[in-house]
Design a binder for this molecule. Structure first.
Ligand SMILES: O=P(O)(O)OC[C@H]1O[C@H](OP(=O)(O)OP(=O)(O)O)[C@H](O)[C@@H]1O
Ligand SMILES: O=c1cc[nH]c(=O)[nH]1
Ligand SMILES: [Mg+2]
Length: 216
């Protein structure tokens, strides 16, 4: 598992602002910080891709350079993933994208845990592709696992990068136990635990609501 915050960088500044309830009042800044972390994680993942040599003509000569051999497919779990996804798209600007509509349905009885309502899936052909599955919050892990199960009905990816901003240990465990195909987990920060409503503690609150407002 890759954890971005282990090293000092400007990313930790963006993360601190994301979590800070005073900064969260600025919705534009909240979304932009998610986008910036998406860009940084895209850069980190780009180090694992395969490249091909090309010769680029400058106005003054030729330089041997490298281009990404095959673009990954970026899959975004709406809603909260949208700004984070935009960061990936800014860097992998030639990549195809897929969109998943899923949300956590909170039950009256908290002991029953949460169910995932999975409503929408639009993806390109994922067979033998490198997928980058982006969702800023990995809480119980149920949204990501359900997404991967449904994607597998459509094809068999070569490899999956699961990317989150904040993860709970419970979600990391659930993903490790339930995803049966090759994957790598990339997170910016690992938190303490889930609360009784399956929110990440200390986390940042509800990422979707902070980006876009409450949903009914
Ligand atoms: O690991 P899990 O327990 O499944 O929780 C993570 C999910 O929760 C958030 O979405 P949410 O259901 O709040 O929907 P939203 O993006 O529309 O706010 C987040 O974007 C993840 O998709
Ligand atoms: O803490 C959490 C858990 C799931 N989704 C969020 O937005 N926040
Ligand atoms: Mg939400």
């Amino acid at each position: 598992m890759f954890i971005l915050e282990k090293n000092n960088s400007v990313a930790n500044h963006f993360l601190a602002e994301l979590r800070d309830k005073n900064h969260q009042k600025d919705r534009l800044r909240f979304r932009r910080n998610l986008e910036r972390l998406g860009e940084i994680m895209a850069y980190e993942i780009s180090k694992t891709l395969t490249y091909r040599d090309v010769y680029v003509e400058t106005p003054l000569g030729t330089k041997k350079s490298r281009l990404i051999l095959e673009q990954p497919i970026i899959i975004s779990v709406m809603r909260a993933a949208l700004p984070f996804y935009q960061g990936f798209l800014n860097f992998f600007d030639l990549a195809d994208s897929g969109f998943i509509g899923a949300y956590r349905k909170e039950e009256e009885n908290v002991n029953e845990g949460i169910e995932i309502e999975y409503l929408y899936q639009a993806t390109p052909d994922i067979n033998n592709k490198n997928l980058i599955l982006v969702d800023p919050m990995l809480a119980t892990g149920k949204s990501i696992v359900k997404t991967i199960e449904n994607l597998q009905i459509k094809g068999i990816a070569q490899n999956i990068h699961i990317v989150s901003v904040i993860a709970a240990p419970e979600g990391v465990r659930y993903v490790n136990e339930n995803v049966k195909i090759p994957f790598k987990l990339w997170i910016c920060s690992l938190d303490e635990r889930l609360n009784e409503k399956s929110y990440i503690i200390p986390g940042l609150g509800d990422a979707g609501d902070l980006c876009f407002g409450n949903k009914i």
